[in-house]
Design a protein around this ligand. Structure first.
Ligand code: HEM
Length: 471
């Protein structure tokens, strides 16, 4: 585990630090990330929290983030909360250490499966899954508002299970999630709790107890994936991610991923890819429902490209043309980065900002909630304004002031996947439905593995409109 001593230096921290527990009382267990961010206000661009035996150092300025993104000096670090997920996802892409051979191998084998042009092969699945959600909503209209985060999470999970291993979980045919999804979520929640209790005195025993109590969920998930991998072994199809992982060998070394590592990668894609995208979609819908002008602009754009039929779905090439919708997504991820931060450590001992000595076992957490609202960079940072992402405005900003998908070699491999899916869904949703939020709803954000709006409902109506000219 990283020592994170920073050469004995102390950084500003919230008041009222206590012996033994440190800053624990400033952390609200039900919304730790938001409460830590609130406690950091006024502490400057770099601050720390001591939570029991764990010391966390955060940076919140675009300037320090830019430095930490210098790939020649810094690289990804695995703080304890991420390292705890290795119990489930092993040396899969997200949780691998930088020098683990399987990271390099999996990265090189899988990058081609996530390029922009590779999205063409996932596009039909994305269209089909979104259409199923919309048909389901059509049947639900009489039953009142829909729970946006819940349904977006079903959608993104279903898109991933179909794209990753061609499994239809029937999310829109049943009120209950598929047992695999329920077991996976419980197993991960257990992982997160284990990561926390391990920092308590006697935490090892508590973690062991948690493991004993919940191990059956993880066993269920592992067994199902192992059976799936075994059933597909020997077939040469490469139509989904599992097929690619089973059948593509490294072009130079001929190496392939082992079955266990393939299981880790599948779990990684499901975990890293579903709530992150569903949160981004849900926040975007929240802001669209609160900003009628933005909604009207998004609709004009989509109507212009898709025409009059509310059930029309875009061709692959059309998705990149929804430029305003894309800006809505970018701006939502600025205000609410669904992955709230990432950790960076130095490759060799160095000085951050010419001042703070960092050794290779120190790390800083880039707090995206702060960086994306750094007043040095963002005017009126709390205001929702998609036009911040007009190309001419992006050019004016310093590099690395917007990092929702992380940095460098270990940045998000699924970025194009998430953007293609989210833009497609947002565009077709506003084309097909009128959306209305409860005017009394104040945004509340729940923290699971990622950030999601909580209790956010929309009343949907099929759109009624006169013929719209196509351009
Ligand atoms: C809006 C949606 C998404 C957001 C905001 C997001 C954000 C991120 C961030 C910030 C990282 C870097 C974490 C770090 O440095 O510790 C990351 C890594 C990763 N993401 Fe995403 N992600 C999204 C969607 C996806 C999707 C759809 C997939 C897969 C289908 C995916 C797979 C991964 C993987 C495998 C990594 C680890 C890459 C590596 O270290 O080599 N993500 N993501």
């Amino acid at each position: 585990m990283a020592r994170n001593d920073w050469d004995g230096r102390q950084f500003p921290h919230p008041g009222h630090r206590r012996p033994v527990i440190g800053d624990l009382l400033t952390v609200d267990r039900s919304r730790p990330i938001q409460s830590m961010l609130e406690a950091s206000r006024g502490l400057g661009p770099i601050w720390e929290l001591q939570v029991l035996r764990q010391r966390l150092v955060f940076v919140g300025s675009a300037a320090l983030t830019a430095e930490l993104c210098e790939e020649t000096r810094f690289c990804k670090a695995l703080p304890p909360a991420v390292a705890a997920l290795r119990d489930y996802a092993g040396d899969g892409l997200f949780t691998a250490h930088n020098d683990e051979p399987n990271w390099q191998l999996a990265h090189e084998l899988l990058v081609p499966a996530f390029t922009k042009s590779a999205m063409r092969s996932y596009h039909p699945t994305m269209v089909e899954t979104a259409s199923e959600l919309f048909d389901y909503w059509d049947r639900q209209l009489a039953h009142g508002p829909v729970d946006v985060s819940r349904d977006m999470t079903k959608l993104t999970m279903e898109t991933l299970t179909r794209s990753a291993f061609s499994q239809d979980f029937g999310s829109f045919r049943s009120a209950e999630p598929h047992p695999f999804v329920a077991a996976m979520v419980t197993a991960l929640e257990t992982g997160r709790r284990k990561g926390t209790v391990r920092t308590l005195p006697g935490g090892g025993a508590l973690a062991w107890l948690l493991d004993r109590r919940f191990a059956r969920h993880q066993d269920y998930v592992d067994d199902m994936l192992d059976d799936l991998i075994a059933a597909r072994t020997g077939s040469d199809d490469q139509h989904d991610l599992l097929g690619i992982m089973l059948n593509v060998a490294h072009p130079e070394t001929g190496e392939r991923l082992s079955p266990v590592n393939i299981r880790y990668q599948i779990l990684t894609f499901l975990v890293a890819g579903h709530e992150t995208t569903s949160g981004a979609l849900s926040f975007a819908l929240h802001y669209l429902s609160r900003n009628p002008e933005c909604l009207a602009r998004a609709r004009d754009e989509v109507d212009g490209l898709l025409g009059d039929d509310p059930t029309a779905m875009p061709e692959f090439e059309q998705v990149a043309k929804f430029r305003y919708v894309r800006r809505v997504l970018d701006e939502s991820l600025r205000i609410w980065p669904t992955v709230p931060g990432f950790a960076r450590g130095p490759r060799e001992s160095t000085l951050l900002a010419d001042e703070y000595r960092m050794d290779p076992d120190d790390y800083a957490i880039v707090s995206l909630g702060a960086v994306h609202k750094d007043p040095e960079v963002w005017e009126e940072p709390d205001r929702f304004d998609p036009d911040r992402f007009l190309p001419e405005n992006v050019k004016k900003r310093p590099p690395h002031s917007y990092k929702p998908f992380g940095a460098g070699l270990r940045a998000c491999i699924g970025r194009q996947f998430a953007i293609h899916e989210a833009v497609l869904v947002l565009a077709t949703l506003v084309h097909r439905f009128d959306i209305q939020a409860d005017p009394d709803y104040d945004l509340r954000v729940t923290e699971r593995l990622t950030m999601l709006p909580e209790g956010f409902e929309l009343t949907l109506r099929p759109r009624t409109r006169t013929a719209v000219p196509t351009t």
